[in-house]
Design a binder for this molecule. Sequence first.
Ligand SMILES: NC(=O)c1ccc[n+]([C@@H]2O[C@H](COP(=O)([O-])OP(=O)(O)OC[C@H]3O[C@@H](n4cnc5c(N)ncnc54)[C@H](O)[C@@H]3O)[C@@H](O)[C@H]2O)c1
Length: 260
Amino acid sequence: MQSLSGKVAIVTGAARGTGAAIARLFVNEGARVVLGDVQHEAGAAVAKELGAAAAFMPHDVTRREDWERVVAGTLAAHRRVDVLVNNAAVLHMGTIERTPEDVLRRVLEVNTVGPYLGIRAVIAPMKQQGGGSIVNVGSIDSLLGMNGISAYASSKWGLRGLSKCAALELGRDGIRVNSVCPAGGSREMFGPWMKQLAGFLDETRAYSNNRAIPGEAPLELIAEAVAFFASDASRHCTGVDLPVDGGAHAGRFIPGFNTL
Ligand SMILES: NC(=O)c1ccc[n+]([C@@H]2O[C@H](COP(=O)([O-])OP(=O)(O)OC[C@H]3O[C@@H](n4cnc5c(N)ncnc54)[C@H](O)[C@@H]3O)[C@@H](O)[C@H]2O)c1
């Protein structure tokens, strides 16, 4: 049996990368999916490729009016909303000294305020239908600190805190809230900084290779973790952070120590 059969899901940031992979898996698992993104053409193309079970709606997660329109549109089309995946996010890399205030505010606005507005927007319909599942896509940077990434890490730790509070507030209404924390995702997100890091390629590679399981999390496996929390198989799980990180959060892997 398909794990998401009959479920209706909203997936934000679904025009590419992890969000598109989540939408694809959800459709394969029997869900009907409303894909949202600020990249309209790319989002519409992904929805078209996924067929009748998918539809694209323009959606800027920082705008309350957009949330109202997308949730109303989903209810008009499907009469329910079982799953919200808060996946849309932006990355900024830069030290605290070199991250301007407006950039910090923008990152927090998309990555933390956006999901907050999304949770608020689905609470009423989920309560009315007797429950639902909210999955927030965090990051390994929701769990650990790292230099050069303070704006993004602040936003993702904030999202993780929001997930815990929402889980506690909404559990009695049958609404579960969990986080998936990948070490890896779309290359496009990190792309703009690759040029600046050209002189540090070995160190950058070592970051993802010095893990129990070396390398970045494949998009399909991040999507599988999201699908687990979306499905009834996880119905006793809420407030969980699930790292999909090859063991990065387990501790330090020191090359050479395995030879001792
Ligand atoms: N890429 C990585 O290495 C990595 C690592 C860990 C966690 N993540 C997380 O995975 C999730 C998916 O990211 P990705 O790797 O697919 O990156 P991505 O940049 O390919 O995808 C992010 C999507 O969000 C959309 N988006 C940006 N601002 C938006 C807004 N205001 N409203 C609606 N949509 C908006 C973008 O257009 C894009 O399609 C994010 O939450 C990200 O923080 C990514």
